[in-house]
Design a protein around this ligand. Sequence first.
Ligand SMILES: [Cu+2]
Length: 303
Amino acid sequence: MFTEASNFAAGVDQAFKIIFGISIFILIGITTVMITFVVKYRRSKHPKAEQIKDNTILEITWTLIPLAIALLMFYYGYTAFRPQRDFPKDAMNVTVVSKMWAWSFVYPGDKESDVLVLPLNKAVILNLTSLDVIHSFYIPAFRQKEDCVPGKVNQMWFIPTMAGEFWVLCAEYCGMNHSYMEAKVKVVPESEYKAWINALPKKAAEPEGLTIIKKNACTGCHSIDGTKLVSTSFKGIYGKKSIVLTEGKEHTVTVDAAYINSSIFEPDKDIVKGLPKGVMKSYKGIVRDDEVSKIIEYLKSIK
Ligand SMILES: [Cu+2]
């Protein structure tokens, strides 16, 4: 009925159908018994309530039947899920990089693409990463979903079993443009995949300052493309004027090396007007001085 485009899709669908079927059975069962009782034991017919005690057979029945139903759901869920955690040794690896609000895919040899192109019928392991907040990597047609957590690498694997284009969506609310956070998976025959990956250019080397900013998750609060997140964007920050409160007194500073340095190590000294105090923590002992210089160099470069 729905596109099942990976080796795991049928198992997930089967578990879903069984649980859904049981739910309908229970809904109809309970509703029927309820309506029957309402009619049969209504007050005009049955004015005096009767106490019933200790019916062993009944009690065993209503324990065993739900137990069997729960175990049945567990069995189908578990058998569909278990193989998804047994990662094959010879699969190809692709790193998924998520950030507000886009996906990118890094292939071996540092080649980067914003479309996930995969060879048909080949196992692939995806290493899921995030540069800012928690996202959830979701390919509905593959019935695969897993969180991308900053500072951690989660994995998923599957075999695409159908050629074509499928949606990648973010399934964890991650801010304003969450619903636009989408990409395409393109499953193609292996020869076509080989030609595509060979033609894909190498990723341009990243400025060191940017690597440090990402590593320390500054990008969770400060964007580099002008978007306003928790705090001001880093884009064009160097040399601009900032209105800050120092010990409650308002004044204007020019964003220069000294100000950036004190913003990183003593964020509560000068508070940018209109932004909350105490949200940014001091990076004393976390970011080294030589790293601060690289950050400053990078901030100068993004106008
Ligand atoms: Cu997201």
